[in-house]
Design a binder for this molecule. Structure first.
Ligand SMILES: [Zn+2]
Length: 142
């Protein structure tokens, strides 16, 4: 099943909950105060949306609710990356990934892992990637 899209603000909340859980809305807000000037009500709104989207689960504990992730960070990051690549012509996937690489600070071990992936991909890579776009959504010749 395709997970629902989450906004940049919702990602901020998810990252806190992935790091420490179960956690209350007040604790989430305190952590995010370091970087965001959000009122508790704003954080609560974001949490409510994430619960509705099935990204967070809420458990009552006394008078408070405690939140835990309902999806893993790895899976969410993978799906966000996939959905970005689905937004461009498949012929542009390579240059899109190149931009991401150029804009990232990567460690030696990151680069070695990437080299392994590239080496494996090279064994079966086509000479040219096929465009799967509908006519009018990219300038490839149909
Ligand atoms: Zn295309």
């Amino acid at each position: 099943m395709q997970e629902p899209q989450i906004s940049p603000s919702e990602w901020e909340v998810m990252r806190v909950v992935w790091t420490s859980n179960p956690i209350t809305s007040k604790e989430i807000n305190t952590i995010l105060n370091e970087k965001k000037d959000w009122k508790l009500a704003t954080t609560k709104t974001l949490i409510g949306r994430l619960v509705k989207k099935g990204m967070l689960s809420a458990e009552p504990n006394g008078r408070k609710f405690e939140y835990s992730p309902a999806v893993s960070e790895e899976k969410s990051v993978e799906e966000a990356t996939e959905s970005l690549l689905k937004q461009v012509c498949s012929k542009k996937a390579g240059s899109t990934i190149q931009i991401m690489l150029e804009n990232s600070t990567l460690s030696m071990s990151d680069l070695e892992a990437l080299e392994d992936v590239i080496r494996q991909k090279k064994e079966t890579a086509p000479l040219e990637v096929e465009c799967g776009c509908i006519p009018g959504q990219c300038s490839c010749v149909h």
